[in-house]
Design a protein around this ligand. Structure first.
Ligand code: AFD
Ligand code: MN
Ligand code: MN
Length: 399
């Protein structure tokens, strides 16, 4: 790396904050069963401790996304959650309402044809906005499992209208510093018509809801051949890109660790962001968040791995020579234009990561440091003991 490249990469890393998900530290599974890990977090305190440990190692994960039903005890003062987060050296980030697991949402939440169910779903989102205001969070992150499984099951347009109405009502409840992120997903759990199935639907619904509604791009929520960086470029150009949920996928919403399947795609997404910042002379405000579930990998290791690769790819993408790229494009020199991206992608940015970590007084190798610290072993023993005391039986528990 040249000194100029080192500077560019480090400047990019200084701007790159990545939010960890509370649910990524707890037990999860597949649709066929849960697979336990002894070190999995039992409660929010454990999740925030794990997130605080990751932030202490990485230096770029100061906020933690929370799930309202899984992380907040009804009636508990949300400010106590904010205090607990501070105790672990982190802050509460995006508030995620939960509109997909209660029986009442079997036929949908915002898209439900029963106005009473829609009202309850909207109230839950109002409560989530209030929690966000109480804990100082600026994002309410909305994912809807809503949709239908069979042709003819319900009116597609009636459900669209229902979403427009509730999202508009929710937008009117936002505090001036709050933004609502509208996430799309092509299918699962609905398998015929998901109500917010693609970026266009999320864009239109956000636009209609109001100026502080933006689109959330979950990198696992696209069909196999989708050009995600093209979606990102359009949303950036329309000032409608609110944030990301980072994960990787082989076939569907697989929630694999970022970059484990296709790191070049993530690099191309980050290239569009750096190119936008270069051309507009301003960095877009984007919520970079992880959304993953880890069954085989130890949860903290998988989270560290994701943050490490995200930083690496973000730094690589920052090295694209934008002027040379434009010259090649103007000359219709397709090979050179492509090679300019490839050159950045294949540049070893480990010197920049090492010097950034050194400058921030962080371990040179966060994963090795985590393993050396014995954090996982201590957490596993503590949580095994507490589960026993609490009489939590989980079948066979795997380390
Ligand atoms: C599931 C959904 C969606 C959502 C996440 C957290 O597919 O990605 O953002 O749960 O609620 O992964
Ligand atoms: Mn997501
Ligand atoms: Mn998902």
């Amino acid at each position: 790396m040249t000194p100029a490249q080192l500077r560019r990469a480090r400047e990019a890393l200084d701007t790159f904050l990545i939010e960890t998900p509370s649910w990524g530290f707890a037990d999860t599974g597949t649709r066929f069963g849960k697979f336990f890990q002894d070190a999995a977090a039992i409660d929010l305190g454990d999740k925030l401790a794990d997130a605080g440990h990751v932030h202490a190692l990485m230096g770029c994960c100061p906020t933690v996304a929370v799930h309202v039903l899984w992380d907040f005890v009804p009636g508990e003062d949300p400010k106590s959650v904010a205090k607990l987060a501070r105790k672990h050296g982190v802050k509460i980030g995006a508030i995620n309402p939960n509109l997909f697991q209660d029986q009442e949402y079997k036929w949908g939440s915002f898209g439900n044809s029963d106005p009473a169910v829609r009202a309850r779903a909207l109230q839950h989102c109002f409560d989530s906005v209030a929690i966000g205001r109480a804990v100082g969070s600026e994002y309410v992150s909305l994912w809807f499992a809503d949709g239908t499984n069979y042709p003819g099951q319900e009116s597609i347009r009636a459900r669209k209208a229902a979403f427009e109405e509730s999202l508009g009502a929710l937008h009117r409840k936002l505090a001036p510093n709050q933004t609502m992120l509208v996430e799309y997903k092509p299918f699962e759990p609905a398998f015929y018509a998901t109500d917010i199935a693609d970026w266009g639907m999320a864009y239109l619904l956000s636009k209609k809801a109001g100026p502080r509604a933006k689109v959330l791009v979950d990198t696992g929520h696209h069909y196999a051949a989708t050009n995600i960086e093209q979606i990102v470029a359009w949303l950036l150009d329309e000032d409608m890109l609110g944030g990301f949920h980072f994960n990787d996928r082989r076939y569907a919403d697989d929630d694999l660790t970022l970059g484990s399947i296709d790191p070049y795609q993530i690099f191309r997404i980050f290239h569009e962001i750096h190119l936008f910042a270069h051309e507009r002379r301003r960095r877009p405000k984007i919520a970079y968040m992880i959304d993953q579930c880890h069954n085989e990998k130890p949860k903290i290791e998988a989270t560290i791995q994701t943050v490490v690769i995200a930083q690496e790819l973000f730094a690589k993408a920052a090295l694209v020579d934008h002027e040379a790229l434009l010259r090649a494009q103007l000359k219709r020199d397709v090979v050179t234009a492509e090679l300019i991206l490839k050159k950045a992608f294949f540049t070893d940015v480990s010197p920049a990561l090492a010097s950034w970590r050194k400058a921030n007084r962080l371990a040179a190798d966060p994963l090795a440091e985590h393993r050396r610290s014995g954090y996982e072993r201590t957490a596993a023993a503590d949580r095994r003991r507490r589960r026993k005391e609490m009489g939590i039986s989980r079948g066979g528990s795997f380390a």
